[in-house]
Design a protein around this ligand. Structure first.
Ligand code: 5GP
Ligand code: MN
Length: 352
């Protein structure tokens, strides 16, 4: 068996050349990421941001809305512009850009109100992503659903383009953070040996992976833990015969705790630790909409469930959706949906 470390050429060489050319030609570059940006959206965006800054580009990162406090440590995070805070300024930047990168999302709907301004900008558009079904409104589409994070896709692009040597510690940190968060600290979607070849290359840039883990996962407030305790003890339903679990929080529930953005991040994963549970849902009443998160194990397609009932999507084992209506309606639709998936759930759990 040949054990020589290797990173296979996943990125099409022609696309890689086109992207490097586009970067060389552009002066004003905008990097965008999806609504409620997570570690991968921000990690890939900021790694690219630093890479482009080193090339003396006029580069901005614009995200649709704010991001959680446990991601603010990343270098460059404070320079990110939030569309929601100043839409007019962001629209101006988008309409005057030469080149726009779309990181970690597949269609412009995923950037909310910013979407139409992205679509109508005359800039060249490049998508770098790992979600299924990339949209068409891009000039170059680098879409790799088989890869567990957009940050890894970006690393591969840099690596293939011969840019590994020049990557800085900050860029390596951002990439590592994205790879780590999208795999739950390398606990799912992370069995590809090349992931660890890449981590080894990132560690050679002097990143401290344990410190990065701690910044993200050991930085929660006491309030988050109280809310988690409440949710698990008072707002969790288990459906043993359907191998499923539900967590739910109304606005009223949340108002009893000093709730801050990101505090419920990761809640949806907990029920998967219960023996027999392969599908977990978290329904949270937000301002003006209901937000849903889904997680699954094995081959149960939680993205199909999200698409069927909640206008959503995502990955096979991690997806999300939205609902515009009352909290009670969302719960009812979830329960009906769950029943309609009974056979699939049982089959996937290995019961049938
Ligand atoms: P989370 O539960 O962490 O918010 O989202 C998990 C994954 O589901 C995200 O990486 C994203 O791919 C997908 N996702 C979350 N919310 C939505 C949504 O409203 N629509 C779609 N299409 N995908 C979503
Ligand atoms: Mn991602």
């Amino acid at each position: 068996m040949n054990c020589t470390p290797s990173i296979s050429n996943v990125i099409q060489p022609r696309q890689m050349e086109q992207i490097m050319d586009a970067i060389d030609r552009a002066e004003k570059i905008v990097i965008t990421a999806h609504l409620s940006p997570d570690g991968d959206a921000l990690g890939s965006s900021l790694a690219l941001y630093h890479f482009l800054k080193r090339r003396n580009k006029n580069v901005r990162v614009i995200v649709p809305n704010s991001f959680p406090y446990f991601l603010k440590w990343m270098k460059g995070a404070r320079e990110i512009e939030v569309y929601e805070y100043n839409p007019t300024a962001a629209q101006h930047i988008l309409s005057h850009a030469d080149l726009i990168f779309s990181m970690d999302y597949n269609i412009s709907k995923r950037v909310g109100d910013m979407g139409p301004f992205l679509d109508k900008s005359p800039a060249q558009k490049i998508l770098i992503d790992h979600h299924l079904f990339p949209g068409e409104n891009f000039d170059i589409i680098v879409s790799h659903p088989e890869i567990s994070s957009t940050s890894e896709v970006l690393f591969r692009l840099f690596f293939q383009a011969g840019k590994y040597e020049e990557l800085t510690q900050a860029e390596a940190e951002c990439i590592y953070c994205g790879m780590m968060t999208d795999t739950g600290g390398f606990t799912y979607n992370s069995s590809d040996p090349e992931i660890y070849e890449i981590i080894s290359l990132l560690l050679r840039k002097n990143i401290n992976k344990d410190a990065i883990y701690s910044q993200v996962f050991d930085n929660y407030s006491a309030e988050r833990f109280r809310l988690l305790g409440f949710t698990l003890s008072q707002r969790m339903e288990i459906y043993p015969e359907l191998h499923s679990a539900l967590l739910y929080l109304s606005r009223e529930d949340q108002s009893r705790f000093r709730f801050s953005k990101g505090d419920t991040e990761g809640f949806v994963n907990y029920p998967l630790s219960i023996k027999g549970v392969i599908f977990s849902t978290f329904i949270r009443e937000d301002e003006g909409l209901i937000k849903l998160s889904f997680r699954s194990q094995k081959s149960f397609p939680c993205n199909e469930f999200a698409a069927d009932f909640f206008n959503g999507g995502g990955h096979l084992n991690a997806s999300g959706g939205e609902f515009y209506g009352t909290f009670e309606e969302a719960l009812r639709i979830f329960n009906e949906g769950l029943r309609s998936y009974e056979e699939k759930l049982k089959r996937t759990a290995g019961e049938l």
